[in-house]
Design a protein around this ligand. Structure first.
Ligand SMILES: Nc1nc2c(ncn2[C@@H]2O[C@H](COP(=O)(O)OP(=O)(O)OP(=O)(O)O)[C@@H](O)[C@H]2O)c(=O)[nH]1
Ligand SMILES: [Mg+2]
Length: 230
């Protein structure tokens, strides 16, 4: 039986982690033929995130090194025992009901499946975020020669190979680009599925367009050049 690891990076998400895990465990109970593990990566939380996650039945691991969503995910991937890894956010913006579609696509032979908010809609898109995402995804397509609609989304499923063979360097959200680049380097195909992003249920958004936008851009240029010419 194949194993699936669901990896959830969390930074002070005590108000939402319980909702996320209720929904995830409810959903995976109805998915047959796979075994699951749910890993929450506590990234120096100063609230009750870890306590709540443990109580709900998740395996909680603590990233004690450099903090950031990218570092937390890379740490979580190292702990993951699954043949397939699915990463999703701790703020209740990603819908667990979409998990079966991600898994189905992986089974169809894709190495990486990305949830697209352009195809599925978002309740979190401000004009700045929406514009930034469209521009950055366009630049991504230019540099990598692969057409995508939402390279930046944090709801992704992939084969273990994409993390087993690489040491991830991204500190923050730009790990989204590094994952896609490594999938392409492995010669694996990428699929997008419509994914609807809810508004985070509570708490504060950690991404900042003006800080993380340029980091995305830098990563796209560097990884794109190294993929094409490296
Ligand atoms: N472990 C860890 N998780 C983080 C950190 N920053 C953000 N996260 C988590 O990453 C997820 C996404 O962060 P958000 O604050 O919701 O930002 P967002 O713009 O909605 O992010 P995306 O939709 O994923 O691009 C949430 O689950 C956060 O808890 C961090 O420094 N460490
Ligand atoms: Mg969010």
């Amino acid at each position: 039986m194949q194993k699936i690891s669901i990896v959830i990076p969390a930074k002070d998400e005590e108000k939402t982690i319980g909702l996320v895990l209720n929904e995830v465990f409810g959903q995976i109970r109805s998915i047959k033929n796979y075994s699951f593990e749910v890993i929450v990566v506590d990234d120096g939380c100063v609230d009750r995130t870890a306590k709540i996650a443990k109580k709900k039945g998740a395996k909680v691991v603590f990233n004690k090194g450099v903090h950031g969503k990218g570092k937390a995910l890379a740490y979580g991937f190292k702990q993951a025992k699954g043949d397939i890894i699915i990463m999703m956010d701790a703020d209740y913006s990603h819908k667990a009901e979409e998990l079966p579609t991600f898994i189905k696509k992986i089974e169809e032979g894709y190495g990486l499946v990305v949830g697209s908010r352009i195809l599925g809609g978002s309740e979190e898109y401000t004009p700045v975020r929406s514009f930034g995402n469209i521009v950055l995804t366009g630049i991504f397509t230019l540099f990598f020669g692969t057409k995508m609609t939402d390279a930046l989304n944090g709801y992704k499923a992939f084969r273990k190979k994409i993390v087993r063979n690489y040491e991830y360097r991204s500190k923050d959200f730009e790990i989204e680009i590094e994952l896609i680049a490594n999938c392409l380097r492995e010669g694996l195909r990428i699929a997008e599925i419509p994914s609807h992003e809810r508004k985070r249920a509570a708490g504060r958004m950690k991404s900042r367009a003006l800080i993380h936008g340029p980091k995305f851009l830098f990563k796209i240029i560097m990884d794109g050049l190294s993929y094409r010419f490296g």
